[in-house]
Design a protein around this ligand. Structure first.
Ligand SMILES: [Zn+2]
Ligand SMILES: [Zn+2]
Length: 184
């Protein structure tokens, strides 16, 4: 809740508001969330206009989730732009559903929630060029050598693998026991 009394109703009046608020629960998308209870740094400008108060500025939030490519845990800061017009009672146009100023207070949370959820990335990445996971072994590709390959990825080995497959298809006439009895 933000008190608008200090601002006054004279159009053009302006006030900067910097405040740290705890993040509400469930400020999230299916893939990433704002850490509940973490600090949200608000840096807002309140501007008195004819029909109400225009709030604009940024909310700096802390998000947590996992990288959409390599699945590593991800913690990052995100700056979210906020802009919302709050109207005085009686100035509300029923068609445009603007939030109202109630008893000279305005409720920032719905606007904050909408802005943050909209700003959350669809595909969170630990870094923009994250190479993801190796399709063969599941290793994180940024953690392994750049020439990380598997035998099957090499065409020469692929030929050998095919030959081995052919051999396996032949009738097994040289069946050997699982262990060598001569050692006993
Ligand atoms: Zn990653
Ligand atoms: Zn691999």
């Amino acid at each position: 809740m933000i008190d608008t009394r200090e601002l006054g109703r004279r159009p053009g009046a302006m006030r900067r508001l910097q405040r740290v608020v705890p993040a509400p629960d469930n400020l999230s998308s299916p893939v990433i969330e704002v850490t509940p209870g973490s600090d949200i740094d608000l840096d807002l400008r309140l501007e008195s206009v004819m029909e109400g108060v225009l709030v604009s500025g940024t909310a700096a939030v802390l998000v947590a989730g996992e990288c959409g490519r390599c699945l590593d845990a991800l913690h990052a800061g995100l700056d979210v732009d906020i802009q919302e017009l709050y109207v005085y009672p009686g100035h509300a146009d029923p068609d445009d559903e603007l939030p109202e100023i109630v008893e000279e207070m305005l409720d920032l949370e719905p606007a904050l929630r909408d802005a943050v959820v909209l700003a959350l990335p669809q595909l969170p990445l630990c870094k923009p060029d994250c190479a993801g996971l190796c399709a063969e072994c599941g290793e994180r590709l940024d953690d392994v050598a750049s020439d990380h390959t598997h035998a099957r990825a090499n065409p020469r080995w692929a030929v050998l693998a095919r030959l081995t497959d052919l051999a396996d298809d032949e009738p097994a006439d040289d069946t050997s026991p699982a262990y060598d009895t001569r050692e006993n």
